[in-house]
Design a protein around this ligand. Structure first.
Ligand SMILES: Cc1cc2nc3c(=O)[nH]c(=O)nc-3n(C[C@H](O)[C@H](O)[C@H](O)COP(=O)(O)OP(=O)(O)OC[C@H]3O[C@@H](n4cnc5c(N)ncnc54)[C@H](O)[C@@H]3O)c2cc1C
Ligand SMILES: NC(=O)C1=CN([C@@H]2O[C@H](COP(=O)(O)OP(=O)(O)OC[C@H]3O[C@@H](n4cnc5c(N)ncnc54)[C@H](OP(=O)(O)O)[C@@H]3O)[C@@H](O)[C@H]2O)C=CC1
Length: 455
């Protein structure tokens, strides 16, 4: 496409209305109010961060709201939202073509198209993935009639499903020895298992976060769900009570596992990770793509193509990481990358220098599993440390699980489950890399107020 064929050329074009894209847009529109910004997104709604709270130096918490895009346009007069999927990208002519046949030019582009479920079997009507509002609703619809489902995968979605689903037999196919391998080690998994067998606590207060609903079907892939996605939808199967029943007879589908066993079920949930949404951008361009399928970005969120940035689930962070940080495709990282990409794009236009943001110094994540608060810091599972690591663990059944990873006498990671109140102190100890050798196991002595200890 030549420049004359463009419907309009924008200073900045952002693709994707998920957390990464919307945060990038907010950053750019406020930093450069004179620049024309376009947000091109396939879904009918956008995702916005609300009630943002910086819990400590690197830990952050926020809610996510699904909103009509008009809210953004009203807030930022220099923003145009285009509801259509990008069909192709032409980096040479700096233009994108949308599914509805329009062509838009850009000076700087940021790809925030997220990911899609890495399904075990594509286009099998009995294999479901959960990603956006539509797929969550389809899952709920199928679940109300189901007597037995098989959940495959051992990450975040599987952990949430096996805990939340009621009234339906759940067979959880896990290839590891312990549950929740992407977040936990065997000790933490052991701590959590009794919660699966116990009755779930009643929810005391209604969840204040947005319920995920859509009135209209999305024309393309929607943005990923996130914290509390299951709160608004009853995850109830066809059985009246929560029990593990054995239903005889034939099933709509059978799944054979690598242990040789075959199970019949109503459908299979493939909770087996995400694949970055890169297809429409790759054809005809020269993007460097990482092993996990993400667009490689450097420490300025730039891809290998000129003037093209990427942020969130679609990208793979390929700069030299801080020894205490790793990429995980999470809500928080999508926000941080979108924000930082916006700042980098603005800095480039304003010819200002910019350094890698502090949030990439230390991996940190707050979430909830099995109704416990979970905080993960640094190399929480000793990632990449090899044998050079020592673990200190403190555990009170049903109450808390605290694990600290120590390497060379320094704290490099921690897993905190329950209301431990240790996150800030541990974050400081990890960031300042103090030599903890003199303290030994006292570090986790519950009778010592560790905060006073290190003041
Ligand atoms: C069920 C579930 C639960 C989760 N729970 C948590 C959690 O508790 N905590 C946490 O930290 N993370 C959680 N995550 C992960 C988190 O949701 C994602 O990491 C995050 O949303 C990624 O944001 P993103 O903006 O990169 O991508 P997305 O949210 O996927 O947004 C991508 C956007 O791009 C648009 N798009 C895609 N292709 C195109 C195209 N060709 N043209 C135009 N637009 C396009 C889509 O419509 C969408 O608006 C969960 C994910 C799932 C699926
Ligand atoms: N509370 C939170 O923070 C939550 C975060 N999320 C995020 O949302 C995204 C999607 O979640 P999810 O789909 O659970 O992805 P995850 O990446 O968390 O987990 C994927 C799981 O599937 C396993 N797996 C992959 N391929 C196969 C296979 N062929 N057979 C059996 N198991 C397989 C992986 O094992 P292995 O690692 O060995 O490959 C891993 O246990 C992730 O980025 C996740 O972090 C989701 C829900 C909650």
């Amino acid at each position: 496409f030549s420049a004359s064929e463009n419907e309009k050329t924008f200073k900045f074009v952002i693709v994707g209305g998920g957390i990464a894209g919307v945060t990038c847009v907010e950053q750019l529109t406020s930093q450069i109010p004179s620049g024309d910004v376009a947000l091109i997104t396939a879904g009918p709604h956008i995702k916005a961060v609300t009630n943002y709270k910086q819990v400590s130096k690197t830990l952050e918490e926020f809610d996510v709201e699904e909103k009509p895009s008009s809210v953004l346009e009203e807030k930022f007069p220099n923003l145009t939202v285009i509801h259509s999927a990008v069909k192709s990208l032409h980096t040479e002519t700096h233009s994108v073509e949308t599914a509805d046949g329009r062509v838009f030019g850009y000076e700087k582009l940021c790809i925030c198209s997220g990911g899609r479920p890495n399904l075990l079997m594509k286009e099998n009507p009995y294999v479901l993935g959960i990603r956006d509002t539509d797929s969550a609703q389809e899952f709920q619809k199928r679940l109300c009639k189901a007597k037995r489902i098989v959940v495959v995968g051992n990450g975040g979605i599987a952990l949430e499903l096996v805990y939340e689903v009621e009234g339906c037999e759940v067979i959880w196919a896990v290839k590891d020895k312990a549950i929740g391998n992407t977040f936990f080690d065997a000790g933490a998994a052991q701590f959590l298992i009794p919660s699966l067998e116990a009755d779930k606590p009643e929810v005391a207060a209604p969840c204040k976060r947005t319920r995920y609903t859509t009135e209209e079907p999305a024309p393309g892939p929607g943005s990923a769900l996130g914290p509390d996605w299951h709160e608004g939808i009853a995850l109830r199967g066809a059985q009246q009570v929560r029990q593990f029943v054995h239903v005889l007879g034939s099933w709509p589908v059978y799944i054979q596992l690598t242990n040789g066993k075959t199970f019949g079920c109503d459908f299979v949930v493939s909770a087996t990770g995400v694949v970055p949404n890169t297809e429409p951008f790759l054809h005809g361009n020269n993007f460097s793509v990482a092993n996990d399928g993400g667009l490689q970005v450097d420490d300025h969120m730039m891809t290998s193509e000129p003037d093209v940035y990427a942020a969130g689930d679609v990208c793979t962070a390929c700069w030299k990481h801080s020894p205490l940080w790793q990429q995980m495709r999470l809500w928080t990282q999508a926000r941080q990358m979108g924000w930082y990409a916006g700042r980098c794009m603005a800095a480039e236009v304003l010819s200002e220098p910019i350094e890698l943001d502090f949030c990439f110094e230390l991996f940190s994540h707050i979430t909830k599993f099995f109704n416990y608060k979970v905080v993960l810091l640094g190399k929480f599972n000793g990632q990449g440390l090899g044998p050079d690591q020592e673990l200190l663990v403190r555990c009170t059944k049903g109450q808390e699980y605290v694990k600290v990873v120590v390497s060379g006498g320094r704290m490099v990671g921690a897993v905190l489950i329950g209301e431990t109140d240790l996150e800030e102190t541990f974050e400081n100890l990890i960031l300042n890399q103090m030599d903890l050798t003199p303290y030994g196991e006292e570090l986790l002595n519950p009778n010592i107020d560790i905060e006073d200890y290190f003041d």
